[in-house]
Design a protein. Structure first.
Length: 329
């Protein structure tokens, strides 16, 4: 809706400080629909409403990014939420910059392109990650994603298609999107009985395949195990000659906090001993945004593996995409 007073970042911050919760349309005359507001925790929130599925921009841990399809009109909403209030001045300046650029063009697509250009220009200002190392558990999860993506998907669809489809590092709800298929990858020990699902959005959607990778890890070097550093190096060495794709691969690793130069990742060894595929379809035990009670959100839960055996599918079925979505591998 049209607001009564001209929009400004200062007015926005004041409104949120006074308890504004929810989203308002920023300027109904702007060809790119922009919204602003706050969430119940008082975090500044800014976003876009589009008629098409928007890409997920690359930001840092200071800002969370959420994308969802709106059921009432099939439009999409992309939300940027400031997680670290220390950077509110920078965040509001960014949003002002987006608004000024988006209203200079005449159509939604050009406006969104302009907005993404601003986000790219400002991205480094949000890189507040502290130097840290991934836990063994996160290393295991990364190894599982890489093993599935580049040992299984890449030979079929090609490195370029897989790296473009690797959306997990940039805040997507699932790890890979390849044509008509969406893959959520979970690492597990062979004796694991349940899988951790991070949110009500992680298994929300159609065409999702839940991939389980049995991963063995050890701090003792063996000929049948590989360190994370060596595995990443193998992937880069066998990758496409497309420099942009290799740079994007490196950006994905950086977003996840992996440093190829850190000797720490040379001291943990992994092996993928088996991969399972489950079709997430009608009847699959999952929590969805549409089924949660009003007022409940950001849930995490576990799915018992022995309760989803009826949804097991073979690899050929799991990797099949529609004819219109095929890639050259």
């Amino acid at each position: 809706m049209r607001i009564e007073e001209p929009w400004s970042a200062a007015r926005w911050v004041t409104q949120v400080e006074r308890g504004l919760s929810g989203l308002r349309e920023l300027d109904a005359s702007c060809p790119t629909r922009l919204v602003y507001g706050g969430d119940p925790l008082g975090r500044l929130t800014f976003g876009f409403i589009t008629t098409f599925k928007p890409d997920l921009p690359q930001l840092s841990e200071a800002v969370s990014v959420e994308r969802a399809k709106r059921t009432h009109d099939s439009s999409w909403i992309l939300i940027l939420r400031l997680e670290n209030a220390e950077f509110s001045d920078v965040f509001t300046s960014l949003c002002e910059d987006i608004y000024h650029e988006a209203r200079r063009v005449d159509d939604e697509i050009s406006g969104l392109d302009a907005a993404y250009g601003v986000l790219d220009k400002w991205r480094k200002l949000f890189d507040v990650k502290t130097a840290r190392r991934l836990s063994v558990e996160r290393c295991r999860g990364l190894f599982a994603e890489l093993a599935f993506g580049f040992d299984i998907l890449a030979p079929r669809y090609g490195f370029d298609a897989v790296i473009e489809g690797w959306q997990g590092p940039f805040g997507a709800d699932q790890d890979y999107e390849i044509g008509s298929r969406i893959f959520e990858v979970k690492s597990k020990h062979p004796s694991t009985h349940s899988l951790q699902i991070a949110s009500e959005y992680q298994l929300n959607g159609t065409g999702i395949v839940l991939v389980t990778v049995d991963v063995e890890d050890s701090k003792i070097e063996r000929s049948d195990l590989v360190s994370l550093t060596a595995f990443v190096a193998q992937i880069r060495d066998g990758a496409s000659t497309n420099a942009d794709s290799i740079n994007l691969f490196d950006s994905c690793l950086a977003e996840l906090g992996f440093d190829l130069e850190d000797d720490y990742y040379d001291s943990i060894y992994f092996k993928a001993s088996g991969i399972g595929y489950h079709s997430v379809e009608e009847g699959f035990p999952r929590l969805l945004p549409s089924t949660l009670p009003v007022g409940v959100s950001s849930v995490s839960y576990r799915v018992e593996i022995d309760k989803i055996s009826d949804f097991l599918i073979d690899q050929r079925s799991a990797l099949a995409v529609s004819e219109t979505d095929r890639y050259e591998g």
